[in-house]
Write a protein that binds this ligand. Structure first.
Ligand code: ZN
Length: 399
């Protein structure tokens, strides 16, 4: 289906800002982007939709979420607010382990319905692509169950979904070495063969996996044709960011404890550095030095890290606002980090940008100013959200 969207007061590609812009779409792909007065004649016969002088940005890409889980951790949030540490709660069998128990108690249908409800909130915030990790199963059958739920989300959500198998922590009752061996030699090949994940991620940190265990798991992922990601340098510095760079991982995520050497390694390998402002601020951890990373040449992405414990964050805009204030990044850099750079963290050069050859995923603001949601804290003035050129969310009638 061919169509033109015109009447765009301001459009971020995100790299370039265009005024009085238009988009030409063919079957959900962008074939032309520019100022409407420059629209070539061959497109002028196509059906034209007028966006009424509104601002437009690319669909937001959330490249790091733990969207599927049972239960909640409100109680833990209140305890942490009183000063208990995330690490101490995890070591005492709470934290991730309490979500594992609640996830186990929920049926596949319940897990699906709850995650779908969360995905709808993300859609209302303009998120058109979601990476979703397993990792609250731990036991191999339970991880496969989580991946089946993610598969069903992928088949039914209007958004693009990128499924990731996550090695989160060693389950209770397992000998570490045996668990790592099972994960690398049995679970990863089975997941790869069934097409249940596109990438494998490892939580490499104190209380989770060591650097050498992480390497074993990621090398198994590569050997099975899967891409890799790492939860790196969040609580303590482990060397995981440099390992990610060495293995050509799609991304190294968190990065609160990284050093200039780590930034250099990420910049030279092209591995995206994904920062998670929600987790850093909610856990009262040092904020990652995003400015220095960006200036060192790291391709920086921002993600929500949505999960029931360390980051119960539903708003990508709040993550961008924290990065603007504390990074500090410019507003245009923050938008780039949550759109095109975030798409690179999923190996998807066709998402998160409004350029010729990209998917027509975009967010229409209820304002002529495309960056208004970065200015209004706690308010998302979004008029409509499009995925593959089709409107999947319209907040107000008309236009
Ligand atoms: Zn995470």
């Amino acid at each position: 289906m061919n169509r033109i969207f015109g009447g765009i007061s301001e459009l971020y590609t995100p790299r370039v800002r265009l005024q009085q812009a238009a988009l030409a779409l063919e079957n959900g792909w962008l074939v032309w982007v520019g100022q409407e007065t420059d629209l070539p004649d061959r497109y002028r016969t196509w059906e034209r939709f007028d966006l009424g002088g509104r601002g437009v940005v690319p669909g937001i890409v959330d490249a790091h979420t733990h969207l599927v889980y049972g239960g909640d951790r409100l109680d833990e949030y209140l305890r942490r607010a009183r000063g208990e540490s995330y690490e101490a709660i995890l070591a005492a069998g709470g934290g991730i382990y309490s979500t594992v128990r609640a996830t186990d108690a929920a049926s596949e249908e319940e897990l699906y319905a709850q995650a779908r409800g969360r995905a709808e909130k993300f859609l209302a915030a303009g998120v058109t692509t979601l990476e979703i990790k397993s990792g609250y199963g731990l036991e191999p059958q339970a991880e496969l169950r989580m991946l089946r739920v993610i598969q069903k989300l992928k088949q039914t959500l209007p958004q693009h979904v990128f499924p990731t198998l996550l090695a989160h922590v060693v389950p209770r009752g397992w000998e570490r070495q045996k668990y790592v061996q099972m994960f690398a030699q049995e679970l990863i090949p089975e997941v790869a063969q069934a097409g249940l994940a596109e990438a494998v991620d490892v939580f490499c940190d104190q209380g989770a996996f060591t650097l050498s265990e992480t390497r074993k798991i990621l090398e198994a992922a590569l050997a099975n044709g899967l891409k890799t990601k790492v939860h790196a340098e969040q609580i303590v510095h482990t060397g995981a960011a440099r390992l990610a760079a060495e293995l050509g991982a799609l991304s190294a995520d968190h990065l609160e404890q990284t050093t200039p050497d780590d930034w250099q390694a990420l910049a030279s390998s092209g591995t995206v550095g994904t920062v998670l402002p929600g987790a850093a601020v909610i856990l009262r951890k040092p904020f990652p030095n995003i400015r220095a990373m960006w200036d060192a040449g790291v391709k920086v992405a921002i993600a929500t890290d949505h999960n029931p414990g360390s980051s119960p964050l539903f708003s990508p805009w709040l993550g961008m606002q924290l990065a603007i204030s504390l990074g500090p990044l410019t507003a245009e850099e923050a938008l780039t980090a949550h759109t095109s750079h975030a798409a690179n963290a999923l190996g998807r050069g066709d998402l998160g940008r409004l350029e010729v050859g990209s998917r027509a995923d975009f967010v229409v603001m209820d304002s002529p100013h495309a960056l208004k949601p970065l200015y209004h804290w706690g308010d998302h003035p979004i008029h409509a959200v499009y995925v593959n050129g089709s409107s999947i969310l319209r907040q107000t009638p008309g236009a």
